[in-house]
Design a protein around this ligand. Structure first.
Ligand code: BDR
Ligand code: CA
Length: 314
């Protein structure tokens, strides 16, 4: 059973992913590390603590990065139109004062220590900016050889991005970090918009789940309503379950079609944040992709079967 560190920026779809990881019988959730992204890190950490308590999760929440790996990179505005001002659809959540969010960025050290204490056993599922992972790699490159695998929600390869035509939000928010994560000598599976735009939860199904999944799923239903409203421009009365889709890959990779190849991330200009794959089965002249490990990229998904698993697990 994989021991999982969930690196997250809750975030509406992050909340569903967290409950999925907690409830899936073949996953041992050992830590929740937070990062800026859908909101400031103070907010995403507070949200993670709130969700930990609401979902009755034992694993620790560890506050992570509040700024990009390259500190000179200008910050992007928080996507309040997507996740609300408070990152959880603007539902009422307890006052910050009740929740000790910490003051230091301790996520990279937590990731390093947990991997070193459990060689070959830790899977990292990263569904926000890749900043904590890049910081951990920079401090302790040896963890690349000790981790079981890394599954990330991020990027888009054969479909457009979602914050620019070129870039998906988790990568666009910290391209330098993502490039380090993709090119490090560890096993990465990238679950990007190519597949997550196919995994859809309708408002009606979520409501039905809330009626039988206990107060935890009722909470998910409540905090997802404005996110579903936001997605109306793409799909009627439904939401894309980006982050949960990556969690499903961890336990059911057979539900995904994948290709392998080296991945680089564009770090400036018009294509800033674009993920570019050099597929292993194609030949190209020598270039910036060479000498890096081949990673796995999901290009298609048995979406109905993924959603059936999400349904049953929640
Ligand atoms: C990703 O960006 C965030 O808004 C979501 O939580 C997800 O991780 C999708 O592009
Ligand atoms: Ca996320």
């Amino acid at each position: 059973m994989p021991k999982v560190i969930f690196d997250t920026d809750p975030g509406v779809d992050d909340a569903m992913a967290l409950l999925f990881l907690h409830r899936h019988p073949e996953i041992d959730l050992v830590g929740i590390t937070t990062v800026f992204g859908n909101a400031a890190v103070e907010t995403t950490t507070r949200n993670a603590l709130f969700l930990k308590s609401a979902f009755k999760i034992d694993a620790p929440v560890v506050r992570g990065a509040g700024v990009t790996f390259d500190r000179d990179r200008p910050a992007r505005p928080w996507p309040t139109i997507v996740h609300g001002e408070n990152g959880l659809g603007d539902i009422d959540i307890p006052n910050d004062a009740d929740l000790p969010i910490g003051e230091e960025d301790e996520a990279a050290q937590f990731i390093i220590d947990t991997i070193r204490q459990n060689p070959g056993e830790i899977s990292i599922v990263a569904v926000g900016r890749m900043t904590n992972l890049a910081n951990a790699l920079a401090k302790a490159p040896d963890i690349a050889g000790l981790v079981r695998d890394v599954v990330i929600m991020g990027g888009s390869f054969y479909v457009p991005g979602n914050v620019t035509p070129a870039a998906e939000a988790n990568i666009a928010g910290d391209p330098e970090a993502a490039d380090r994560v993709m090119t490090a000598p560890w096993k990465v599976a990238v679950i990007g918009l190519d597949v997550t735009t196919k995994t859809v939860m309708t408002r009606a199904t979520l409501k039905e789940l809330a009626d039988k999944g206990g107060p935890e799923v009722s909470l998910l239903n409540e905090l997802s309503q404005s996110y579903i409203d936001f997605y109306d421009h793409l799909i009627a009365d439904a939401m894309l379950v980006h982050d949960t889709c990556a969690c499903v890959y961890l336990v059911r990779p057979d539900l995904f079609d994948t290709v392998t190849g080296q991945i680089r991330v564009s770090c400036d200009g018009l294509t800033d944040g674009q993920t570019v794959l050099k597929p292993s089965h194609r030949r190209f002249p020598p270039g910036a992709w060479d000498h890096f490990p081949a990673q796995t990229v999901a290009v298609d998904v048995a979406a109905d079967r993924v959603m059936a698993l999400v349904h049953d697990t929640l």
